[in-house]
Design a protein around this ligand. Sequence first.
Ligand code: F6P
Length: 751
Amino acid sequence: MRITLRLIVSLIVVVVFVAIVSAWFNVRQEKIKLYEEVTSRSALLADSFQESVRNNLTAKNYSGVQRLADKFQSQKQLEGVAIYDPAGTRIISSSALTPLLAVHKETVEASLKDGQDKAGTYAMANKKMFLYPLSVTLDGGEIVRIVLFTNVSYIDYDLFKIWKRTLLRLLAQMILISIVTLVVVRWTFVDPITQMAEWMKNLRIGDAHGHAPPIKGDIFAPLAKEATTLATNLQAARRSAQNEARLRQEGESLWTPERLKEHIKIKMEGRPLFVVSNREPYMHIKEGKDIRTIVPAGGLVTALDPIMRAAGGTWVAHGSGEADFEVTDAKNRIQVPPDEPAYSLRRVPLSKEQEDGYYYGFSNEGIWPLCHIAHVRPIFRKEDWQYYYDVNKKFAETVLEEIADVKEPCVLIQDYHFTLLPGMIKAVRPDTRVAVFWHIPWPNPETFGICPWQKELVMGLLGADLIGFQTQFYCNNFLDTVDRTIESRIDWEHFSAQKEGHVTMVKPFPISVDFQRPDKEAKALAEKPELKSVLKEMGLKAEYVGVGVDRIDYTKGMLERVKAVERFLEKYPEYVNKFTFIQLGAPSRTHIPQYHRFLAELHAEVDRVNWKFKAKDWKAIVFLEKHHDHKEITKFYKIADTCLVTSLHDGMNLVAKEFVAARDDNSGVLILSRFAGASRELKDALIVNPYDIEQMADAIYYSLTMPKVEIEERMTRMRHDLHENNIYKWAANLTDELMKLRMDDFKLTSV
Ligand code: F6P
């Protein structure tokens, strides 16, 4: 209230000041104007009078002058006229004026004393009298003075009226200002702040939700944004505290971001964490004139971003977004996530030729098909290899720059794009602890042997102190490959390879997801999506929905999935018009001819099947080919009766785990390829061979007819496992293992 009062008083003071100053100027102008009018009127009258006066006085005709003087009285404020001799003695005056002049004789005499014809205003019998003298020379040379008496009291009255009007207007303005200020302050500030305070109070006592507080308007937008973030954080902290408490109670130990943060701090003795990957966690792209941030599709980002959010540090990656370098600093760094900066992203710029040779060429036309048994021939070109080498070198230089001031730093390298990087870093900084996590499968030595640069790749990787794979099977394949490719000592008991005195430990670390995240995404949805309304947005109707979420890649078994849906509808026609399969596909590696052909084939297959079952308001398959964000994907996970993850070969395939994490209603069935790493853990999924179309069609049927109790039991068990084996546990295990290694004269040996 005090602020409102202060605001009102300040506004009033300003308004009063302005009004009084302007009224004062008005009054002054008006006064000058009125006096000028009286003066010129008097001058005119005196002038018209003087000739008759001269003639009559020269002729000593006093009665004639008296008559003339009487004519001049009682005219519009003119009280009368008088004539004085040079000694100041009144000769004649208008009869009505005579008594007044008798009383105020001295006043008039004083006004005429200096002999000048100077007009002036004098107080005479409660009146304000304007005296206008005019000297007239008679024919005999004698000078008399005609004096006109005008009552100018009306001028003061007129001026008083102006002041009165101004003050009344001012009063009205003051009342209006007070009312408007009170209403505006109340609407704009008091009400929203009261609501906000109420919301915060509820939040404090645990009643309110983490989403936006109930305040609107431009002024409060930044406050509302910060408050929402604060609320979300508070609730996450509260949830995690509750979780911790519950787990302590149950004697369990769940890995949370907070726990990982503490753990890493202790284990790494306060050193920052360095992550290297080709794909960056946040990409800046252009949308018209605006720059938008997107989170690229793929398991790597899904898994690593929560860790970096929790642990902090630096992530070095290829800056592949078209607006990436418009938002970074001079060192190509930017703090991310954009809404809640928690770690630093160092972007490495690559030329088009480097990207073509290193990324599209050697990594994705060479190593990718080499490691995935998906019947696509790997292509190895000499020029690509050279670019691959150069880019690894460029990343090595960047990493070395980042770790320059850190003693015994820890670097986690991701994936097949950087096989040479561990060796390059170690050669310059042998005190670095280097771990590589290989996200994709590792094939058997015969298959790997196709690569003309197999020795260089293996040697580069053995620069690492620790290499993690998704499964034990890939660890075995790797050590077998090392054994067959180079001269080294393989320790099958401890799973390590020793080359030139340096030991590389090899271990499985099945990667996972942030179990809480899909939950958060779901809560960010306005309300739980309804199957009907989601389908209505697409102009469709269906009773059952299957969903697939993939980067558009030939390893994902998407064509086989389309065929399986077709077979399912043929085999179980009662589901025609009732079951729709929605495929979310993020475009990927589109410059590679193989991916082009694959996409065209996929479209053709979807069209073929849709044409075959064509119906009004219903479609067998909906193919949504675009980049979807986490929130959109979660919506589809939530409405699905079944989720199809049917990769032909995959390191892990985190889509399977994301689907399970999203189903907090303990519903939905997961159909999972036996060739995806995830099938080793998610045993309650319906495990299928993606090449067996008949089996997949039956699996879809089974997922839709499975008793509700069984669905719940399976999903509950999978969620329980995933809850425990989340991404934070993965990161803790990996860093633990890396920190366990002892550094002796910069040669590592296992403890
Ligand atoms: O799963 C293998 C992988 O390379 C991941 O590292 C990455 O998240 C995903 O494929 C996406 O591929 P890209 O980065 O080439 O789009």
